[in-house]
Every structure is written in structure tokens, then in C-alpha cells.
Design a protein around this ligand. Structure first.
Ligand code: SAM
Length: 203
């Protein structure tokens, strides 16, 4: 697979410089979504978590007996998550994911929304490749029509549902792909329309 630069350096710099402040925020709105996602997995399933931030979701997965590889592209954030969880969280950039048919599931909450648009299909293809047959994959995005930056200078790909469907289709074959909508308040204190995507890899 070719290796693109699926990193927006200014965005990553934001998470390096604001890791402590970000980690202090508690987010509860995704809890129901996480529980519904975990409910469809076999017991002790092996989950890859991308962009785990402070590890709030990781705690829930571990508490329910799942085997979790938690990762984040910011070393500072990974260090905070490591302390929080009492176990090592690896520093992993999306475009360095290079495993094949390893995971039953991939959980990527509010992180792939920072992948530059031209690189998203490559990152999704890496995730597709890392999943076992019929593995499931969750990711969430801030909805929009064109990419841009927020007031904190973080890059967002701001996809529409149609654009996402086409980009997932470019990345690999999926048995199913569902997109739900909702609203969340971000770290910038602004309400955002979200797209919650759950896809199952083909068998
Ligand atoms: N998933 C966590 C949550 O829901 O609280 C954190 C979400 S936070 C909005 C986005 C996370 O993605 C940050 O922790 C950031 O360091 C990470 N991130 C941004 N770009 C990345 C990249 N190219 N590779 C890996 N992680 C990245």
C-alpha cells in the first residue's frame, strides 16, 4: 500500500499542546453508541482503537472484557491515556496502520474527521485491511460539504453522507454501511452535526 501523508500537522500539534486540557473534558453523548457497538461483538473480541484521546472509551471496552489495542497519533495524548488506563497506549498515526486481518472491530470516535480529504480513502483501506472478514468498524465525522478549519485551527474533512459512502466504497468491499446523524458539542464549545458510520467488512 502506498503511504500518504494522512496527517494534518497543525491539528496534531493542537492535540500535542492541549492534551491535558482535552483529557479533562468528559464526553457522555457517545456512551449509548459505544454500548450498541460492543453489544454486536463476540465476547473478548479484539478491538483496535484509533485516536483514543484520553482513553475514555478504552476504559469501557476493557471493563467489558474486550481485548483492546488503544492508540493515538499524539504521544502526549497517548501518555495521558496510558496513565489513565494503567497500561501502554501506543503512538500510532492512521497512515502507519499496516496490519492484515487482525481485528474483529475498529473503533475510531471523532478522529478520522481530521484526515485530509484526499487521504481518507487510503486510511479507510488500511482499516479495511486490518479487519478480519465481517469485522465491524465505527467512525464519526462532523458533517459538511467542504473541508476547513475550526476556530482552534483544527482541520476537518466535513463530509456529506454521499461523499462518505463513495469514499468508503473506494476503500474496500463492505457488507453493510449505515450512517446515523446527531449533534454534539465539541471542544470548541460549538454544536456540530455529526455523522456516525458503522460498516461491516465483506466476508
Ligand atoms: N477518540 C477520542 C474521544 O472521542 O475523546 C479523541 C478524539 S479527539 C477529537 C481526536 C484524536 O485524534 C486526538 O487524540 C488526536 O491526537 C488524534 N489524531 C489526530 N490526527 C491523528 C492522526 N493522523 N493519526 C492518529 N491520531 C490522530
Amino acid at each position: 500500500m502506498t503511504r500518504g501523508a494522512a496527517v494534518d500537522e497543525e491539528t496534531l500539534q493542537f492535540y500535542r499542546g492541549n492534551a491535558e486540557a482535552y483529557a479533562k473534558r468528559t464526553f457522555t453523548s457517545r456512551q449509548a453508541r459505544l454500548m450498541a457497538f460492543l453489544a454486536q461483538l463476540p465476547p473478548a473480541a479484539c478491538i483496535l482503537e484509533l485516536g483514543c484521546g484520553a482513553g475514555g472509551d478504552t476504559v469501557e471496552m476493557l471493563a467489558r472484557g474486550f481485548e483492546v489495542r488503544a492508540t493515538d497519533g499524539s504521544r502526549e495524548m497517548a501518555d495521558i491515556a496510558s496513565k489513565h488506563l494503567g497500561r501502554t497506549v501506543e503512538t500510532l498515526l492512521f497512515h502507519d496502520l499496516d496490519e492484515v486481518e487482525t481485528y474483529d472491530a475498529v473503533w475510531a470516535n471523532a478522529c478520522l474527521l481530521h484526515v485530509p480529504r484526499p487521504e481518507l480513502a487510503d486510511v479507510l483501506a488500511r482499516i479495511w485491511r486490518a479487519l478480519k472478514a465481517e469485522g465491524v468498524f465505527y467512525a464519526s465525522y462532523k458533517e459538511g460539504e467542504a473541508d476547513g478549519r475550526d476556530t482552534l485551527n483544527r482541520y476537518y474533512n466535513y463530509p456529506s453522507p454521499d461523499w462518505l459512502r463513495a469514499t468508503y466504497a473506494d476503500a474496500g468491499k463492505w457488507n453493510s454501511l449505515s450512517i446515523e446523524t446527531g449533534e454534539v458539542i465539541g471542544f470548541d464549545d460549538k454544536m456540530a452535526s455529526m455523522l456516525f458510520v458503522v460498516a461491516q467488512k465483506s466476508g
